[in-house]
Design a protein around this ligand. Structure first.
Ligand SMILES: [Zn+2]
Ligand SMILES: [Zn+2]
Length: 281
């Protein structure tokens, strides 16, 4: 764990159990070999991209996640066997049974993680399955998403990334997080996906969830003692973005779990958690 993150957790001790859970999962993912995925067919995907179809939902892009099924099963098995809290081991064991039953069960689990289907069986562990599924897929998809980011950057160099949508260009989930930073062109805003961790450019003002651009119905909630963080709120849909106004500590402030206390503040204020998160409150 890097130093900035350690300092952050020391200052927010209620995050410690979550940090331990996160470290256990990271360790399990790191210990399992990452299966190679075929590259996305980005040229064939261009039309879908322009039409707003996320990469993983495009038949033309043809990203086949099937090789990740055995990897996910292995990650789950490690958590079931590791020196972890009883609840985590028991839930992981239930998922292990599910994933071990057949290749079809593993394919169905991946379809659920990707957002295409309801989970078959083991519904009680659906949240953990989704969490572990994305944790494994972030590692597996890294080369595919690196190429996708370069492809989008090349498209943007000739003008604007044609995406500019409120949902993730990779998986289609609505974002829980945003970052405000500066470059030669001035201040810019990027959104971060809570599932696949893709980051993409979005207009400076406006709500990604409902499209509201009316300044009277957009607000900023400053948080006492958290000068680098704020909530950008929308009076039209009640949604909010946890926004990091700074640079250099993205690993701390764009990880979602590190700022769950902001989601609690938002809930107390009657705001709606419109962004997709892998963490229950
Ligand atoms: Zn995503
Ligand atoms: Zn809105």
């Amino acid at each position: 764990m890097d130093e900035a993150l350690q300092r952050w957790i020391a200052a927010h001790p209620y995050l410690k159990p979550l940090a331990r859970f996160q470290a256990a999962v990271d360790e399990a993912v790191a210990a399992v070999p990452v299966p190679p995925l075929a590259p996305a067919r980005l040229d064939a995907y261009a039309e879908d991209h322009a039409a707003g179809v996320p990469l993983l939902h495009s038949a033309a892009a043809a990203v086949d996640l099937a090789p990740a099924g055995a990897q996910l099963a292995e990650v789950v098995a490690r958590l079931a066997e590791g020196p972890h809290p009883e609840k985590l081991r028991a839930d992981a064991e239930a998922l292990r049974q599910l994933l071990r039953s057949s290749p079809d069960a593993r394919a169905a689990a991946l379809a659920f993680v990707r957002g295409d289907a309801e989970p078959a069986g083991a519904v009680a562990q659906a949240g953990l399955l989704r969490f572990l599924g994305w944790s494994a897929l972030r590692a597996t998809l890294a080369p595919v998403l690196g190429a996708y980011a370069a492809w989008r950057a090349a498209a943007a160099a000739g003008g604007e990334d044609p995406w500019r949508r409120g949902e993730c260009p990779t998986c289609g989930a609505p974002p829980p997080l945003a970052q405000l930073s500066s470059d030669e062109q001035g201040r810019r805003r990027t959104l971060t996906c809570g599932c696949c961790a893709t980051t993409w450019a979005f207009r400076r003002t406006g709500c990604p969830f409902c499209g509201n651009e009316s300044l009277e119905r957009l607000g900023v909630l400053e948080l006492e003692g958290e000068d680098r963080l704020r909530l950008d709120t929308c009076g039209s849909c009640g949604g909010y973005l946890k926004t990091y106004a700074g640079e250099g500590e993205e690993r701390v402030f764009l990880a979602d779990w590190t700022t769950l206390h902001l989601d609690l503040v938002a809930r107390e204020r009657g705001l709606k958690r419109a962004g997709a998160s892998l963490y229950d409150l």
